[in-house]
Design a protein around this ligand. Structure first.
Ligand code: EPZ
Length: 418
């Protein structure tokens, strides 16, 4: 069984460079399906989720060459089937990102219900509704879904709630639809702006990405081109929290501080001492006080940073209310933090109150999901004694080469197989 072994209490120093954004790379590979010509993707994070997506795309005939670390050449001319492999779809929530591009390019796609983190029910009703609005026919047979569309037709789509991947999927599908599509109540994440810019460079006509209303004028076809994935804002935020929680002077490089302004606001409010450059952040030892957060779609406080921030608040003086508004199952990891010595009260599935500071003690742990898994690494790094973390696939899914990168800044962490 693969696991991490972590000895807590080490001060960190030096620099850690942020990898390419997982939640952009997982959409740009599917976007290549829309393109007639091959695409060259750069600064792609070398993580398990990308491996799974590549397996899924190669299974339908996409030719993907791994030129070197972080660089992939993707040619979709040879796609020869539209059924996505069920066991691969189950392992990756983002497999759903292939649906829109497949529908737009080939007029059909068959997939099973996508898997992913157990942070909530993760329905796909808004995807189906959106594709139907664009003229697709939907058939369900057990948990196998088939979507057909001779030619997608532009439509006005009002999303009843903000959804990042629904926004991205419909935006991609609409690039090759007939006529104009308007997506209202669209998500505004930086990764959506970057995806729209890439598609526009290939000939798409998208405006309004990054605002609640995106307008897409369908075109006949898209070329192919080059894209460099933007820095992963969740890594930037997580490593900033890592520097603060270990009371270290740590420099986070290759990052976009403006993409985590809401986190930086809350850290500031908590009394964090930070130096913010245009592409770096330096943390300094700080006395932190309890601070409330409410997660919200961008530009609100990112739900993917809620768990690391909660661990930080176990070391802050006083009370912190953590309100997770997006996912109904994303606070249960706090039970594990209490087993380490934290004092966290769950008010309801969406709210916990943290009472700090509390001393944490190392234990045997199992990672429940991607972001909570990283939060457990942070907790183990400040806990007294040794911790082990199992189910590390859940962490390697989203953080490239994380053990070596943490060792490099002084963490006492290693991966063993026993
Ligand atoms: C994206 O997930 C990210 N994943 C998530 O990151 C992130 O936490 C989330 O956006 C919110 O920021 C990727 O981009 C691959 P949503 P997504 O649709 O798009 C409900 C990570 O750790 N919903 O914005 O799946 C849904 O249940 C991951 O990197 C429907 O009801 O999230 C949720 O409550 C975790 N019906 C809400 O919308 C649907 O058809 C917002 O989720 C789709 C979603």
């Amino acid at each position: 069984m693969e696991k991490y072994i972590i000895i807590g209490g080490k001060k960190l120093n030096g620099e850690i460079s942020v990898a390419g954004a997982k939640n952009m790379a997982l959409k740009v590979f599917p976007a290549a399906i829309l393109c007639q010509e091959p695409c060259l993707l750069k600064n792609v994070p070398e993580i398990e989720d990308i491996e799974r997506l590549i397996e899924l795309m190669q299974d339908i005939g996409v030719k993907i060459t791994h030129n070197c670390r972080g660089e992939y050449f993707v040619s979709t001319k040879e796609i020869n089937k539209t059924q996505l492999k069920p066991d691969l779809v189950k392992r990756l929530r983002s497999s759903i990102m292939l649906a829109g591009p497949m529908l737009a390019r080939f007029g059909e796609v068959t997939l099973t219900h996508p898997g992913g983190c157990i942070i909530g029910q993760r329905p796909i009703d808004l995807f189906i509704e959106g594709f139907q609005k664009l003229g697709a026919e939907f058939n369900e047979n057990g948990d196998t879904y088939t979507l057909h569309a001779k030619k997608l037709k532009g439509a006005e789509i009002i999303l009843p709630r903000v959804s990042v991947t629904v926004t991205e999927n419909l935006m991609m599908a609409a690039t090759l639809a007939q006529g104009i599509t308007i997506i209202k109540n669209a998500a505004m994440e930086p990764e959506i702006i970057a995806l729209a810019n890439f598609l526009n460079e290939q000939g798409a006509k998208i405006s309004g990405a990054g605002t609640p209303e995106i307008r897409i004028e369908g075109v006949k076809e898209l070329k192919g081109g080059e894209i460099t994935i933007i820095p992963d804002r969740i890594e930037s935020g997580t490593f900033t929290i890592l520097g603060l929680i270990t009371n270290s002077q740590l420099k986070i490089t290759n990052c976009e501080p403006k993409h985590i302004e809401n986190l930086l606001y809350s850290l500031n409010k908590a009394g964090a001492k930070l130096e913010i450059g245009n592409d770096y952040i330096i943390t300094y030892p700080s006395q932190l006080k309890g601070t409330n957060i409410v997660t919200h779609e961008y530009p609100g406080f990112p739900t993917d940073l809620q768990a690391p921030f909660t661990v930080l608040m176990t070391q802050a003086q006083g009370l912190s209310l953590i309100h997770e508004t997006i996912f109904e199952g994303r606070l249960f990891y706090t039970d594990i933090l209490n087993q380490l010595g934290a004092n966290i009260i769950m008010c309801d599935p969406h709210r916990v109150v943290v009472n700090g500071p509390t001393k944490l003690y190392g234990k045997k742990l199992v990672s429940p999901d991607l972001r909570a898994g990283m939060a457990l690494i942070l907790a183990a790094m400040i806990a007294q004694g040794t911790s082990s973390i199992e189910n590390i696939y859940q962490i390697n899914r989203g953080y490239e080469n994380i053990v070596a990168r943490l060792q490099q800044i002084g963490a006492d962490i290693k991966q063993i197989n026993d």
